[in-house]
Design a protein around this ligand. Structure first.
Ligand SMILES: C[S@@+](CC[C@H](N)C(=O)[O-])C[C@H]1O[C@@H](n2cnc3c(N)ncnc32)[C@H](O)[C@@H]1O
Length: 403
C-alpha cells in the first residue's frame, strides 16, 4: 500500500489518511508497505522529504530512545514550536514565538535505563521502538559521556540485583560528586546484596546508590549547582534534563520576571529557578515534596550573597495560593508537572500579580491554563520553546504573561 504522510502526531509518528501511523517518516513523504492494525511498521520511503537527514546514531533504527533523528534540526525546531502554536490556537490564543533553543548532542545528564539479566550476563539500554526488547546503546548521542562510561557498572549491578525475570529501572544522574544512581525493581535488599552493592558503588566511584528508595552508599554529595547555590537533590528527584536546557529556561524566566523584587516560585522543586532568582529578588518557594524544599533551603543557607528565600510545603492542586496570598508578589514563576496547574491558574487569574513566568512540559495543559489566565485580563506576551529532549517529541517552554 502507498500512502502520503500528512503530519506528525504528538509522539513523532507520521500520520496518513485512515489514520495510519508510520514511524520515522516526515510530512509530504510518500511511503509504501504493509499496514496492520492502523500501523505501517516498516515503511519504504518512495519520495523523501527535503528535511530528511541520515540519522547520526547507529542505534537509531532499533532503539526507542529517539523518534526524530531522521529530520533536520530546523524541521524539529519548527515542528516543536508548531505543536505549541496549535495547542494555543485550539484555545483561541496566539503569541510571539522566540527562536527555539536546542540542547547539544551528548548533553542529557539524567536518564532512566532498563537492565535485565541474560543467560550470558546482563543487558542494559533503552527499550526498542514499539517493543519491549532492550537495545544496548554504547554509542548513544543523547547521553552525556559520563553516563555512557557508567554502563559497565550498570551491567554489574543488573547481574547482582535483578531478579531472574524482572527488569531494573536504573536512573542515572550526573552530579558534581560523580554519577548518582537510583535503582528500582530489584531483588530485596538483603545483607549480602547490600554489602556487594556498597562495595561496587565504592570501586565505581558513584556519588550515591539508592535501592528501591533505600540508601546503599552515600560517598559524596550528589550536588547540582543552581546559580550561586549547591544543592544535593533527594534520590530520583526532578531535575531539568540538560545543563544547557536548564540555563536556557532560567535565562528566559529571568527575562520574563524582569526587575521583580518579590517572587513566588510555584512547583519549585529543589530550586532550579528560586536560587538563581534569589541573586536579585526575595523568593517564596512552594512545592509538594518537603524533602526537595529541605535541600533547597540548605543550599540557600550555604550560599553567599543571596536574598532571602522562604519555603512552603503545599499541595498546589488542592490548596493553590489564593489571591490574598499572591498580592505581596510582583512576579510569579509556575512550573507544574504534565497535568498543568488548573486550580492555581484560576487563583492567579483572580490575582493582581503583574507578571507570570509559566514553564511547561505539556503544551496542551499549558494552553488550557493560559486560556484561564488570559480570560481574566492577562496578555500572553511571548513563548520561548526550549528543546532539551533533542530528537524526541517532548516539548518544553517558557511563556510570559502580563497584566
Ligand atoms: C516540572 S517539575 C519542576 C520543578 C522545578 N521548578 C525545576 O525546574 O526543577 C514539577 C514539580 O512540581 C512538584 N509537584 C507535583 N505535584 C505537585 C502538587 N500537587 N503540589 C505541589 N507541587 C507539586 C513536583 O514535586 C516537582 O518538583
Amino acid at each position: 500500500m502507498k500512502l502520503t504522510i500528512e503530519r506528525l502526531g504528538h509522539l513523532g509518528d507520521g500520520i496518513a489518511e485512515g489514520p495510519v501511523f508510520v514511524p520515522m517518516v516526515l510530512p509530504g513523504e510518500v511511503v509504501e508497505g504493509e499496514v496492520e492494525a492502523g500501523r505501517m511498521a516498516s515503511p519504504k520511503i518512495v519520495s523523501p522529504s527535503p528535511e530528511r537527514v541520515k540519522p547520526a546514531c547507529a542505534h537509531y533504527r532499533a532503539c526507542g530512545g529517539c523518534a526524530l533523528m531522521h529530520a533536520s534540526d530546523d524541521f524539529v525546531a519548527d515542528w516543536k514550536a508548531d505543536v505549541v502554536r496549535t495547542a494555543l490556537a485550539a484555545q483561541g490564543l496566539e503569541a510571539e514565538f522566540r527562536p527555539v533553543i536546542t540542547s547539544a548532542a551528548r548533553s542529557r545528564r539524567r536518564a532512566t535505563l532498563a537492565g535485565r539479566r541474560t543467560k550470558k550476563g546482563a543487558l542494559v539500554g533503552f527499550h526498542g521502538r514499539a517493543s519491549d526488547t532492550l537495545v544496548e546503546i554504547p554509542g548513544c548521542l543523547l547521553l552525556h559521556p559520563d553516563l555512557i562510561d557508567v554502563m559497565p557498572v550498570l551491567s554489574e549491578i543488573t547481574m547482582l540485583g535483578a531478579s531472574r525475570k524482572g527488569e531494573l529501572a536504573l536512573t542515572v544522574t550526573r552530579s558534581d560528586g560523580g554519577v548518582d544512581l537510583a535503582v528500582s525493581g530489584g531483588k530485596p535488599l538483603e545483607q549480602s546484596l547490600f554489602s556487594e552493592l556498597a562495595q561496587l558503588a565504592d570501586t565505581a566511584g558513584l556519588a550515591r546508590l539508592t535501592w528501591d528508595g533505600e540508601p546503599v552508599a552515600n560517598r559524596r554529595p550528589p550536588a547540582q549547582r543552581f546559580g550561586a547555590a549547591s544543592v544535593a537533590p533527594p534520590a530520583g528527584a526532578f531535575l531539568q534534563a540538560t545543563e544547557d536546557g536548564e540555563a536556557a529556561l532560567v535565562w528566559a524566566v529571568r527575562d520574563a520576571v524582569g526587575g521583580a523584587r518579590r517572587i513566588a516560585d510555584l512547583f519549585s522543586g529543589c530550586g532550579t529557578f528560586a536560587l538563581p532568582l534569589a541573586e536579585t529578588a526575595e523568593i517564596h518557594a512552594v512545592e509538594g515534596e518537603a524533602t526537595m524544599l529541605a535541600v533547597l533551603d540548605a543550599g540557600w543557607r550555604r550560599a553567599e550573597g543571596l536574598h532571602r528565600v522562604t519555603t512552603e510545603a503545599r499541595d498546589l492542586f488542592r490548596r493553590p495560593l489564593l489571591p490574598d496570598e499572591l498580592k505581596r508578589f510582583d512576579a510569579v514563576v509556575i512550573d507544574p508537572p504534565r497535568a498543568g496547574a488548573e486550580a492555581q491558574a484560576r487563583e492567579l487569574a483572580g490575582s493582581g500579580v503583574p507578571v507570570i513566568a509559566a514553564v511547561s512540559c505539556n503544551p496542551v495543559t499549558f494552553a488550557r491554563d493560559s486560556r484561564i489566565i488570559t480570560a481574566a485580563g492577562y496578555r500572553l506576551d511571548w513563548v520561548q520553546v526550549v528543546d532539551q529532549f533533542r530528537w524526541s517529541p517532548h516539548v518544553e517552554l517558557v511563556a510570559r504573561f502580563v497584566r
